[in-house]
Design a protein around this ligand. Sequence first.
Ligand code: 89V
Length: 342
Amino acid sequence: MEKTLKFAVFGAGFWANYQISAWKQVGGVELLAICDPDEEKAKKMAEKHGIPNVYRDAGTLFKQEKLDFVDIISSIPSHAPLVMAAAKAGVHVICQKPMAEDYKTCQAMVKACEDAGVKYFIHENFRFQTPIRKCKQLMEQGEIGNPFKARLTFCSGFPVFDNQPALAELDRFIIMDLGVHILDMSRYLFGDVEKLYCQTQKINPSIKGEDVATTLLSMKSGVNCLVEVSYASQLEQETFPQTLMLLEGDKGSIRLDYNHHITVTRKGKGSEKIQADPPQYDWADPDYALIHSSVVTCNQSILDDLQDKAAAENSGQDNLKTMELVFLSYKSSETNKVLYTT
Ligand code: 89V
């Protein structure tokens, strides 16, 4: 029998509810405590999910609870102090994306966990989506030969601020919140990035940050990958929260369309349709079902690592490469320059 791992959650906002439900789905873990500076919010979440202990102060929680790991689902500025506190307490850490507001802080978080000998994961779930995994599998099977060019598109007019009002207050919005996922997905599909060029735009006047970003990535493999993210798009078909893709290789192409339809076209052999629907969970918000199902697989992969069964893809160390793309994108847009990764 596998040991049940005990954990605490930091943050009792919109996302925590689904993250906790996904842990229940995975099993093998026991949620002992929840902490949020807004104690009422934490109490409500505790009642909903049967969490025994509620805290408003992280220090007290670390003193009183005996934990195997923590899951940090709080605001971006709180990530670094909480990760550092967890490292100091000697417990493994999962932290939501984006890791932190600047690259130096991200590096310091990775180092603090390394020095403390605790495992550190970033909860980057988008690459775990069923249709994305399927497209990668098809590419690895050699269905399109050598990939040379791709387009990854997440363009939506979904009122994302209704459920997550804090997003409207971010000075840097769409690359930090959403671009980070799609940039990570490009690394998942094509490996390391060599250089990039990015332009951002602010279309919605009632939010603080930019809500459109177009980034051209040149991968070390030679693939050119265009990443488009927008929350200002009014399209015939609203596709939130789906990433649509066109992956082109010298022997064919893979197109990921609305509703998880994949079309594989092979040179001289016509096209094949493949349906890649994600699993459905009754606790998921129907508007977010695709993403919520990927939280389950992301959590499972982290649990496998915590149980020393298999290394997770989303180590803090690996995610530094994604965060570098985030910060380089902003810098490229500000300076109007092509920028190289380290
Ligand atoms: O999944 C997320 O990171 C969310 C969403 C993309 C839905 O805005 O913040």
